[in-house]
Design a protein around this ligand. Sequence first.
Ligand code: AMP
Length: 233
Amino acid sequence: MTSGTLPGPPRRLVFLGPPAAGKGTQAAELARELGLAHLSTGDLLRAAVAEGSDLGRAADDHMRAGRLVPDDLVLRILGERLARPDATSGFILDGFPRTLAQAEALGRITDLDAVVSFDVDPKLLVERMAGRRSCPKCGAVYHLTSNPPREAGRCDRDGTGLIQRPDDRAEALEVRLRAYHDQTAPLREYYLRRGLLRSLDASGSPTEVAARLRRLLAEPSGRPPDGRRPSKP
Ligand code: AMP
């Protein structure tokens, strides 16, 4: 793929941030708006679990407990998805990479234009996760108070009964936050050093965050016009 000198907003994006920071909601909307592929490893893994594939069976226990799924499984599922034609004109990676090994593997597959770090007060995350409900059919995400469906407990799009994801229950929350802190948060520094990180204040309503995100992406990248990145230390 070519380097990031295309006019307009960046088209090869990573959304980095703790669980329930709003990455999925923002990624879905922005991807629709810009015609990008929205690649959520969480969604891909949940689909594999629902299908009962070998990979899904291997991932299931880790996910229920809130642990990260082993890198080799995630890389397999992501690599297949990234190779599909709709990802060639641009993508938003939502929830990937989550470990240094994943970031390094991604760097071997593709260049990136920007990595958006969703920054939220950790106290808000617990509240967001506890109130989150999702549609098992189409993946739409709601929140009991901040983004309720029109009819309580039913998906606006297809009327399916909403569920609480097993890993949004209290037992798994702490494990997920710890996994983020220990394994994923260090990637902020990794991408900062590569001149790709842009920090987003992800507090407030989805509409407020969406407006901030668009302003952030409209800013020049700070990269030299020939698209070269600052040298890696
Ligand atoms: P998410 O929907 O992004 O919150 O992901 C739900 C769960 O899927 C996580 O808690 C992990 O168990 C697993 N998962 C998703 N993406 C990754 C990843 N990049 N690496 C490891 N595990 C992942």
